[in-house]
Design a protein around this ligand. Structure first.
Ligand code: HSE
Length: 297
C-alpha cells in the first residue's frame, strides 16, 4: 500500500505556445512516496530543505490529492513524502511535478480508476494554489510525456499528446526570483492582430516541426512575439543568452514557463553541453548565481 513515483520537470509555453505547449524532460524530477492509510485526510512530509508548506490545503500535492479524494467514495487517507529534485520557482514545472506525482501515485494505489485526463484535472487544482491560474501546460506533459498541446481547459479539457523527436535541452536557472503570479501581471490584455498572426503562424510551424522532426522548422517557429517581450525586463541576460546559444549551435529557445529559467533546444548532447556552458557564462558575467541542467527530452 505504498507507491514511489518520479515526476519530471517540464518546459511550458515552449516559445510561442503560451499556456498551450509543454515538453516533458527526463530529469530533474521530484520523488513522491504515497502510502495509503485508514486514517482519513492527507499528511505531508518534506524530505528536503525547501521549507514548502505541509498543510494539505496550502501544498500543491495536498490540494491535488484532496481534489482526487472528492471522487473517491470510500474513506481513505494518504501519507505523503516529497523529495523535491526540482527547485521551487525555477520555471521548469516544479509545482506541477509534485501535484502530478501525488495524483499518479494515488491512482496506482486505487487500482488506476482514473484516466490521465482526470489526473490532469486534479493536479490543476494545485497549479491554482501555486500561481493563481488554472493552466495545464506543465501538468499535461508530466502526465502524458513527450510534447503536449492543451487545446482547451474550458469548458472541458482537451489535450493532444504528440511524440517529440530526439532533442537535448539546456536550461539555465539564474538565482533570481520571478513569481509566476507576478510574471502574469505584466502580460498585455489585448494583442494587435498583426502580432497575433505572426504568433499563430509560429504555433502551426512548431507543431508541424515536432510532428515531422524538422529541426530547422522548429528553430524558425519557436519565437514568441507576445509574452516574451512583456517578460523580458524580468529576466536579465535573456537576449545575450539566446545570441550566444544560437552561435553555439542551439536550435532555438526562450523563457522556460514564466521564468526565470531559460531553455534552449539542441540536436545533440554535445551541442547541448556547449550551449549550457555559454548560458552559464552570461550569468557568471552578470554576477548572478545560476545552475545549468542538460538532458534529453
Ligand atoms: N504558461 C504559464 C506561464 C506557465 O507562462 O505563466 C507557468 O509556469
Amino acid at each position: 500500500n505504498s507507491v514511489l513515483v518520479h515526476s519530471p520537470a517540464t518546459l511550458s509555453n515552449l516559445g510561442c505556445g503560451f499556456d498551450v505547449f509543454g515538453l516533458a524532460l527526463t530529469a530533474p524530477y521530484d520523488t513522491i512516496r504515497l502510502t495509503r492509510s485508514t486514517e482519513p485526510g492527507v499528511r505531508i512530509r518534506h524530505l528536503d530543505h525547501h521549507n514548502l508548506p505541509t498543510e494539505p490545503t496550502r501544498n500543491v500535492a495536498g490540494v491535488a490529492l484532496l481534489e482526487l479524494m472528492k471522487e473517491v467514495p470510500e474513506v481513505i487517507g494518504f501519507d505523503v513524502e516529497i523529495t523535491k529534485g526540482i527547485k521551487p520557482g525555477s520555471g521548469v514545472g516544479s509545482s506541477a511535478a509534485s501535484a502530478v506525482g501525488a495524483v499518479v501515485a494515488a491512482n496506482a494505489l486505487l487500482g488506476n480508476r482514473f484516466t490521465k485526463l482526470q489526473l490532469v484535472e486534479f493536479a490543476m487544482a494545485g497549479e491554482v494554489v501555486a500561481s493563481g491560474a488554472r493552466h495545464a501546460d506543465n501538468i499535461a506533459p508530466a502526465i502524458f510525456g513527450g510534447f503536449t498541446v492543451v487545446r482547451a481547459v474550458e469548458p472541458a479539457l482537451d489535450i493532444i499528446a504528440l511524440p517529440a523527436p530526439p532533442l537535448w535541452v539546456a536550461v539555465v536557472h539564474p538565482q533570481i526570483e520571478v513569481k509566476t503570479s507576478d510574471s502574469r501581471k505584466v502580460l498585455p490584455a489585448t494583442v494587435p492582430l498583426g502580432l497575433a498572426v505572426r504568433q499563430w503562424a509560429n504555433v502551426a510551424g512548431l507543431v508541424a516541426g515536432f510532428m515531422t522532426a524538422d529541426y530547422d522548422l522548429i528553430g524558425r517557429s519557436l519565437d514568441d512575439y507576445i509574452v516574451e517581450p512583456a517578460r523580458l525586463p524580468l529576466i536579465p541576460g535573456l537576449a545575450e543568452a539566446r545570441k550566444r546559444a544560437l552561435a553555439a549551435g542551439a536550435i532555438g529557445g526562450g523563457i522556460s514557463g514564466s521564468g526565470p529559467s531559460i531553455f534552449m533546444l539542441n540536436r545533440t548532447e554535445e551541442t547541448a553541453r556547449a550551449v549550457g556552458a555559454v548560458l552559464g557564462s552570461v550569468f557568471a558575467e552578470l554576477g548572478i548565481e545560476f545552475n545549468v541542467y542538460v538532458g534529453p527530452v
